[in-house]
Design a protein around this ligand. Structure first.
Ligand SMILES: C[S@@+](CC[C@H](N)C(=O)[O-])C[C@H]1O[C@@H](n2cnc3c(N)ncnc32)[C@H](O)[C@@H]1O
Length: 145
């Protein structure tokens, strides 16, 4: 180590630190390159499989065809219906469509999340929730009680 002026100490220190950093930076970059190549290879393998399945797989073609049929049916039967992408939106919509008079009852409240949504849509009117907290019990004849 040079013990000369402050400036030469700084230069020496910079060189030492620079060399040490260079080494670990090189290792880090090498690891990143290897990981990146592995991810790239996995992605290409997945895409190749996906592309083949789209072109050749009979079950995929059947699923696509069934989805097409369902889409055609949905447009014909419910073309003017607003889709909901979450069950809670379906519940809100159903509550808005249902009569605002009479009782609002939920059977099977569990945590109360859906009951709370019902209550929101009913404003100051009461909603009633029921739950056995005991799961469904079968009568033995395929009927749930
Ligand atoms: C899947 S959770 C539904 C929770 C909530 N309504 C929702 O949509 O998120 C069904 C609930 O129904 C209750 N349950 C099942 N069978 C019942 C019965 N025979 N009488 C009362 N509650 C029942 C269960 O305890 C459970 O909490």
């Amino acid at each position: 180590m040079s013990t000369g002026s402050g400036s030469s100490t700084r230069t020496w220190l910079k060189r030492r630190v620079g060399r040490a950093l260079e080494g670990s930076l090189e290792q880090l970059m090498e690891r990143e390159r290897a990981e990146s190549k592995a991810r790239h290879d996995d992605l290409i393998a997945w895409l190749t499989k996906f592309e083949r399945r789209q072109r050749r797989d009979v079950y995929t073609a059947m699923e696509r065809s069934a989805a097409d049929d369902s889409a055609t049916f949905a447009v014909e039967a419910f073309g003017d219906v607003q889709p909901s992408f979450h069950p809670h939106d379906t519940l809100r919509h159903a509550m808005e469509q249902s009569p605002s008079t009479g009782l609002s009852l939920e059977f099977g409240v569990a945590t109360g999340r859906t009951l709370a949504i019902m209550a929101e849509t009913r404003g100051r009117r009461k909603v009633f929730g029921f739950d056995s907290f005991d799961g469904c019990q079968s009568t033995g004849a395929g009927v749930l009680k």
